[in-house]
Design a protein around this ligand. Structure first.
Ligand code: PLP
Length: 439
């Protein structure tokens, strides 16, 4: 079949013809288990008619009304539901169409906050190496996924990147997780002092790192220290939970487990659950009120922001999560998934680490377990394993190692919260076969 679609891959991908529950079928009739919900998107599974009906109803009522003049019932209700879904004091929700837009929004919101307070010198955003915050040029520049940035480097604005928090790769021998977490966090303060605190607007950080290193949770105490440092220097803390939020790791925001409150949190992927493109930047009352106290608008518009049909879909996804008790399933099913991964890969000669939180788990592939040496990037091990898994009917999310050997290849498993133990058994069995076939 000829195609006029400009695909992201050199070869035309399979054509998806049906998606139900945890399965996707292609045009040849081949059925795949969607073991990572795409890129941790599909949180309630595919083909849920409750969401489909909500979409149809909203499309038949008001399909679009420009946000310069209108809000809509689903946008208003969704914002309320999201603020109530978290234990953290979030007060406002800025609704957009993708995770990248949410990150761009968060970064601009932080700048707008400082401007509204008369602090015009603050514009710099510090982020971390080994992070990903989106594909638009602004978000890409603020990320530390060097592979994805490489082709566009000359077009990017200045980036300030500090140490990641990744015990498996960066903790020193004998260092406790707490000591390591503090050391990793302190690299933020060193960079703030180097740049001049009065120029720094925000620190942008994934709570649990997704695409770049594969489900890496923070070390204990890391975020408490980060919050302390941000407060000391008047810098806003932006938690990017586009991938790890919306109960993917258990709590609505993964950072709820860390006992700190960020100023802004971004959400995406699981918010629409794949049914519609929708994302959000949520903020505290203090951030919002900095604008309203001085009668300022937040100048940041997208034609399709707060789209009524997308909001209706996200509302329905939230309703399904509540009605089916899905958030409560994430911790126990995540524990089961990790146990199965440990049973299958715990002694595997080429699996160096098994890590993650909730239904956000990954395995890291290494050439040598003792030295943690990754395979050379030229071997493209993650892509090979992804292809081998796909051939035997499992979709998982691959992440490539880097040429400098600081990141190994990894595979992410992030099934829908409705996943059963039998489905987890099949995912792990196929992943095991895929790893052995791909190596
Ligand atoms: N932030 C994080 C942490 C992500 O993982 C991603 C996507 O993978 C994004 C932002 C960008 O989201 P989107 O691809 O929806 O623009």
């Amino acid at each position: 079949m000829t195609t006029h679609v400009f695909h992201r891959t050199p070869v035309r991908p399979a054509i998806a013809t049906e998606a139900r529950g945890i399965e996707i079928t292609d045009e040849t009739g081949k059925v795949y288990i969607d073991g990572s919900g795409g890129a941790a998107v599909s949180c309630i599974g595919h083909g849920d008619m409750r969401v489909v009906e909500a979409i149809a109803k909203q499309a038949a009522t008001v399909e679009y009304a420009h946000t310069g003049a209108f809000t809509s019932p689903p946008a208003e209700e969704l914002a309320e539901v999201l603020c109530n879904a978290t234990t953290l004091p979030m007060a406002r929700v800025f609704l957009v169409g993708s995770g990248s837009e949410a990150v761009e929004t968060a970064v601009k919101m932080a700048r707008g906050y400082h401007l509204a307070r008369g602090d015009e010198g603050r514009f710099r955003v510090i982020a971390r190496r080994q992070s990903y915050h989106g594909n638009t040029l602004g978000a890409l520049a603020r990320g530390g996924n060097f592979g994805r940035r490489a082709p566009y480097l000359p077009m990017m604005t200045e980036a300030h990147l500090v140490d990641p928090c990744f015990e498996y790769r960066h903790a020193l021998p004998g260092e406790t997780p707490e000591t390591y977490g503090r050391r990793a966090a302190d690299s933020l303060e060193a960079e703030i002092l180097r740049l001049g605190p009065e120029t720094v607007s925000a620190f942008l950080v994934e709570t649990v790192v997704g695409a770049t290193t594969g489900a890496v949770p923070p070390a204990p105490g890391y975020f408490a220290r980060i919050r302390e440092i941000c407060d000391r220097h008047g810098i806003l803390l932006i938690a990017d939970e586009v991938m790890c939020g919306v109960n993917r790791c258990g709590p609505f925001f993964a950072i709820e487990d860390e006992g700190v409150c960020p100023d802004i949190v971004t959400l995406g992927k699981g918010l629409g659950g794949g049914y519609q493109p929708i994302a959000a930047a949520m903020c505290t009352a203090a951030v919002h009120d900095a604008f309203s106290d001085v009668g300022r608008s937040f100048i940041n518009g997208h034609t399709y922001m707060a789209h009524p049909v997308a909001c209706a879909a996200a509302l329905a996804v939230q309703q399904v999560i509540r009605d089916d008790g899905l958030a409560e399933r994430v911790a126990p099913m995540g524990t089961y998934l990790k146990q199965r991964l440990e049973a299958r890969f715990g002694n595997h000669p080429y699996v160096g680490d098994i890590r993650g939180q909730g239904l956000f788990q990954a395995i890291e592939i290494v050439a040598d377990r003792n030295s943690k040496t990754p395979f050379p990037a030229t071997e493209a091990m993650a892509s090979r394993i992804f292809a081998a898994c796909r051939d035997i009917g499992l979709l998982c999310y691959p992440g490539s190692g880097t040429a400098d050997g600081t990141i190994g290849d990894h595979l992410l498993v992030a099934p829908p919260y409705s996943v059963t133990t039998a489905e987890i058994d099949t995912i792990v069995e196929r992943l095991g076969d895929g790893v052995d076939a791909g190596l």
